[in-house]
Design a protein. Structure first.
Length: 282
């Protein structure tokens, strides 16, 4: 039986359509008080599903349930990576109602970034402002007759867990109400709590540039030596900087363990040990 010869296709296959550019979405939400900054169902507190019923979005950054204000929602993972870094060049504008009246010394301490137990904060901009015209909160702020409250405007250039609350508490003025008003060129002007809007073309261009994270932009970021700062606050230095007492006979080798630990050695290195009479003859 002769071998079977495959038949060649005479008509070309239809050309597949080229994939078009993916259009990413960028929204800003005024997160109300008591809303969890995540999607999904929760039996105790409302989530973002109540205010942003759009599939495929996720929040940029973290925000506590008792913190209000600006929250970016997008499906661009590059924007999340850029803004999720502990140190960022994008200014964040916060409005904080603090307990008590901060003195000029307390404000100056805030400007220089007070040292906390776990980390140090970058310098920031802070000033006392009159009470802003904000909607009332569902849960009222505690009121004490003998202790006044003041409003502060803080412009910070980094963001981590309970950042502003930990800074104001470090100078003796805990935060009672906290609202993020602006992030870069995006703000909450003309919006109400629970309102969602899409970014303007200029704001979208800013978000796309930030998501791309050009190399020259990464090089301009302020570098932080977290290990060195932590040891400096504890009055210590790195171990490699403490190696100053080296044995000259060994040519700058490892330091003597007893001298490094502040102990007195029992005998010198080249001195023979005294024989033990009990071990004689073994």
């Amino acid at each position: 039986m002769p071998p079977r010869v495959p038949r060649l296709r005479t008509t070309p296959l239809p050309a597949l359509p080229l994939p078009g550019p993916v259009r990413l979405r960028y929204y800003v939400l005024w997160k109300p008080f008591g809303v969890l900054a995540r999607f999904g169902s929760d039996a105790l507190r409302p989530t973002l599903d109540c205010h942003a019923p759009l599939p495929g979005l996720f929040p940029v950054g973290r925000m506590d349930a008792d913190t209000e204000g600006l929250l970016l929602l997008t499906d661009d993972p590059g924007l999340c990576r850029s803004l999720a870094r502990s140190s960022s060049l994008e200014p964040r504008l916060w409005l904080a109602q603090v307990d008590g009246a901060p003195t000029p010394e307390a404000l100056e301490s805030l400007r220089h970034g007070p040292s906390l137990s776990t980390r140090s904060a970058l310098p920031l901009e802070v000033r006392a402002i009159p009470e802003p015209d904000l909607p009332s909160r569902p849960v009222s702020i505690r009121h004490r007759l003998k202790t006044p409250t003041r409003w502060l405007e803080l412009r910070v250039f980094e963001g981590w867990s309970r950042h502003v609350r930990r800074l104001t508490a470090a100078v003796g003025h805990p935060t009672l109400r906290l609202l993020q008003w602006g992030l870069g060129p995006v703000d909450l002007a003309g919006m109400a709590p629970g309102q969602l809007r899409e970014l303007t073309p200029d704001e979208t261009h800013w978000a796309e540039q930030l998501a791309s994270e050009a190399p020259e932009r990464r090089a301009a970021r302020p570098g932080r030596d977290w290990t060195g700062e932590r040891l400096a606050r504890q009055g210590r230095v790195l171990y490699r900087d403490e190696r100053t007492d080296r044995n000259p006979a060994s040519g700058g080798g490892k330091p003597d363990q007893g001298a490094r630990r502040g102990q007195v050695t029992g005998r010198k290195r080249n001195t023979p040990a005294v024989p033990n009479p009990r071990k004689k003859g073994r």
